[in-house]
Design a protein around this ligand. Sequence first.
Ligand code: GLU
Length: 489
Amino acid sequence: MSERNVRVRFAPSPTGYPHIGNIRTALFNWLFARHSGGSFIVRIEDTDVSRKVKGAIEAILDGLRWLGIDWDEGPDIGGDYGPYFQSQRLDIYQKIARLLVADGYAYYCYCSPGRLAKMRAEMAERKESTRSYDRHCRNLSQEERDKFEAQGITPVVRFKTPLDGETSFNDLIKGEVTFDNSTLDDFVLLKSDGYPTYHLANIVDDHLMEISHVLRADEWLSSTPRHILLYSALAYEPPLFTHLPMILGSDGSKLSKRHGAVSITEYRDQGYLPQAMINFLTLLGWSLDDRTELFTTEELVRHFSLERISKTGAIFSQDKLMWMNGHYIRNMSPGELREHLLPFLEKHLPEEVKRPVSREYVQQIIPLIQERLTTFKEAADQFAFFFIDQPDYEPDLLLGKKLTREAAIAALVDALTQLRKLTFEASSLELALRPLASELGMKTGDFFGLLRVATTGSTAAPPLFQTMAVLGKDKCLKRIEAALDKLRR
Ligand code: GLU
C-alpha cells in the first residue's frame, strides 16, 4: 500500500460554509500531496439533499482558491476519475448496494419511519443506546419481503454488521484502534430516495478514485470501523487512515462559532492574508519542532510529514492568528501593502470619504501604519482619521489624566499660533513644538498627547509629527480649532 502513488482527497459536504476545521483538513491533504508529489482531489459529497446549503460549494472552492490550495482533479476541472459530485454518481452506489445484498452482506429494510421511532423509544426506555436499529428486517423470509414489495414500499439497504467480534485498523497517528462490532448497528447504505449514505458513497469513491491515504477530522474515527467492514465485504483494499487532532477553543472545548471560528471566506473579508492563514492552520495540529512558528507555504510543503501531526487537540488562538497576520503585513513591501489595503479602505471607510481613495495618499500613510496593522478591515476603522473630515471624540479625551481645561485651551491656542507659521514637515514640526511644551510649563508627553487627540481623535496613533505632516496644515489647523471649540463649550 505505501508504495502506491499518493492520492488524497478533500471531500466536503456542502451542508454549510467552510469553517476552520474543514479547511485545516483540506490543507493537510494538500500539503501531504504536494510534499510527496502526489495528487490532491476535491470531491463534493452532496448526498444529503435535505441539508444542502445554497452557495456552500462555491464558498468552499473560493476559500481554497484564495488560500492558494489548488487541486489536480475536482468538480470544476474534472479528471480521470470523475464525476466529482457524488450526486452525479448515484447509479454506481445503487449497483454496489445491490451487489452487497446479492452477496449476503446487506439487506433490504422496509421499516417505516413510524416503526423506527417507536422502536427507538422502546430501546431508550430499556436504556439500550448502542444500536439504533433492532435488525427487524435482517432475517425476513422471501415471503415477507414479497409482501412488503407488493405494498409498494421502497426499502432502504442496510449493512449486515457482524454481531460479534472486533474490527481494527491502524491509524497513522493513533496507532491500532479497535471497535467491538456489537457497538455498531446495521447502518443504512442506500436510502429509499436512491441516494447513498455517507458511508457507502465515501468508501466506494475512495476505492474507485484510488485514494491512498484518508486524512480527515477526528470526528470520523467512529465511522471508520464501518468503512473497514465495507471494504472487506467488497474485497477492496482500504486506504491508510489518519484522523487529525481536534481543534479546540481557548477554553479547551471543541472549537465553535462561540470562539470566533467563522467561515474561511469571512477571514478573507476581514483582511487576513492567505499566507498567514496557511501558516496558522498548519500549526493547528502539526509542528516541525517546538520552536519554529513562521513558515512560508513552500517551507511547509517541504517539511510536512504525517509523523509530525500531533496526537492531542490543537488550541485555536485568535491572538496568535492576529499576531501572525501582523507579521506577514510587516513583511510586505509598501507597494504590495497599498494594493492589499486599498480595496478594504474603499469598502469600509466611512461614507463621507470621497471615492476612489487616493493611491498617493495611502502610499504616504503606509510607513506610519505598517507596523501597527493586524487586519486590513481593522485598518479602515483604526486609521479612518487620516481620511475623514473631523474625528469624533469626547472633549475629556483631550485632557487625559492630568490636564485642566484651562491648561489645554492655553496650550492649543499657543500651538495654533506656532503652527500657522510653519511648513508642515515632520522635522520642522518637532523643532517648533518641542520647546513650546517647556514654555507652557507642560511635560512634553502631556502636550503631545493633547495634540495627538486634537489632530487624530485618538490617544494611540502613529508618530505625531509624521502623522501631522501627512494630514497637512489645513486639516490639522481645522482639527485643533474644533478641539478648542469642544473645550470651550
Ligand atoms: N463529507 C465528509 C465531511 O464533510 C467527509 C469525511 C471524510 O473525509 O471521510 O467531512
